[in-house]
Design a protein around this ligand. Structure first.
Ligand code: SF4
Ligand code: SF4
Length: 408
């Protein structure tokens, strides 16, 4: 369990709403977090946050802090996810569940166009279903990294995705610094966590029923000011801010050191150095067949991955044939159809499809987008029904002797 910190109660040092500014840190007790949720909702935003549902911690619409998963932790391992209650666990001591920001910005099924035939001519209708702006509470460092990666994919090139952009521009993020890591987490290897370092409106560090709240944007300051109206919040001292940073640093050190801690779950880590070349130089490695003998090609890993972005588009007509909806839905490189060209799939074996996924994620992505496609969130390990673990697969390729030169 995380090392619990008990900062001494601060002297009265309330800050009025006019003093809240970017870079400031204030104390936010749980009941004042409710004020932030209320302020966001009053501003017309849909607020979602982590909640226990369907046997996991998932994002759901959130109205009350009492719906947050206070006292729950998740135990994760290859192909395994269990929720347990712990008396000393806080509101955010679970880690990541199957949902990520991808579910909202790039939903699994999305209407992206509507068309009407009138007088024999098709015209595109502009009235896509209206959506309120979204606020997400409880976002972890790895998922902010995943968001930055998807931003490059959907917004960074010549072709900007208007549906992603519409949601992204109004997105409000309340991040959380993790106090514990699951056995499947390896964000310390990818450099994506566990500390939140930017890209948020507000960021929370939990301490015994209250939160040190860092203000990361003007919108964050505005929302906090609304929540603080009429009842000032306590400003954090430099020592208290330092203690919050140390809490994250201690977790990161523990993640690096877990290998030597007896009784801890088997640690994950991934050597990132030279990974691109390692994979591209081992396209014929025997490990691809080995993993294919276990892989079900079920697509789970791509569905839960916060950065996978492949999609297919279908058009559905009504019975009259005059109204057509264009729908985008998630696709996966683990399906035969994904690589169908000229009537045949060019990746007919599971080995070739797993290789495509892993080499794109960890190598090709670097050439395409200037970043690895992996944040170290561990979801693909947890939600793989047979527990295939990309950190193990990469290590097996790294540890194997280099391929023999072919004899002429
Ligand atoms: S590849 Fe796996 S560990 Fe990496 S970001 Fe995707 S789901 Fe997370
Ligand atoms: S690696 Fe696991 S989750 Fe991914 S397709 Fe294969 S069996 Fe499914």
């Amino acid at each position: 369990m995380h090392p619990e910190n008990h900062p001494t109660r601060p002297e009265p040092r309330g800050v009025g709403s006019e003093e809240l500014s970017v870079g400031a840190s204030v104390w936010l007790p749980l009941d004042r977090l409710q004020g932030v949720i209320d302020a966001l909702r009053a501003d017309g935003m849909r607020v979602v946050g982590p909640q226990v549902a369907e046997g996991a911690v998932v994002y759901r619409d959130l109205e009350r802090t009492s719906d947050l998963p206070l006292g729950w932790i998740d135990e994760q391992d290859g192909g395994r996810y269990r929720l347990t209650q712990q008396a000393e666990a806080g509101v955010f001591d679970h880690v990541v569940g199957p949902h990520s920001l991808k579910n909202f910005l790039f939903p699994s099924r999305d209407t992206i166009g509507r068309f009407l035939r009138e007088d024999g001519t098709w015209k595109q209708l502009e009235d896509l279903p209206p959506e309120p702006p979204l606020a997400v509470l409880g976002v972890r460092a790895c998922d902010l990294a995943g968001l930055a990666i998807q931003d490059r994919v959907f917004l960074g090139g010549e072709a900007v995705d208007p549906h992603y952009r519409r949601r992204r521009e109004s997105l409000f993020l309340v991040a959380v610094n993790c106090r514990r890591a699951a056995a499947t987490c390896f964000c310390h290897s990818t450099g994506c966590g566990p500390a939140v370092t930017g890209g948020f409106d507000l960021a929370l560090t939990e301490f015994s029923g209250r939160f040190l709240c860092d203000i990361g944007s003007l919108r964050g300051a505005e929302m906090l000011a609304k929540a603080a109206a009429g009842s000032p919040l306590d400003r954090c001292t430099a020592d208290e801010v330092q203690r919050a940073r140390q809490q994250s640093a201690a977790l990161e050190q523990a993640m690096h050191a877990r290998r030597e801690v007896p009784g801890e779950p088997r640690p994950r880590s991934m050597e990132m150095e030279g990974l691109r070349d390692l994979l591209f130089n081992n396209l014929e490695h025997a490990r691809w067949d080995d993993v294919a003998s276990r892989c079900l090609s079920c697509t789970n890993c791509t569905l839960v991955c916060p950065t996978c972005f492949c999609a297919s588009v279908t058009e559905v007509a009504d019975l009259s044939g005059d109204h057509v909806e264009r729908e985008r839905h998630w696709a996966s490189c683990f399906t035969l159809d994904h690589a169908r060209m000229h009537g045949e799939s060019v990746r007919s074996s599971t080995a070739s499809r797993y290789r495509q996924w892993l080499t794109h994620k960890l190598a090709g992505w670097i050439d395409q987008f200037g970043t690895s496609g992996c944040t170290g969130c561990g979801r693909c390990i947890t939600w793989c029904p047979v527990g295939i673990d990309l950190t193990e697969e990469v290590a097996a390729i790294r540890d194997a002797p280099p391929p023999q030169e072919a004899t002429p």
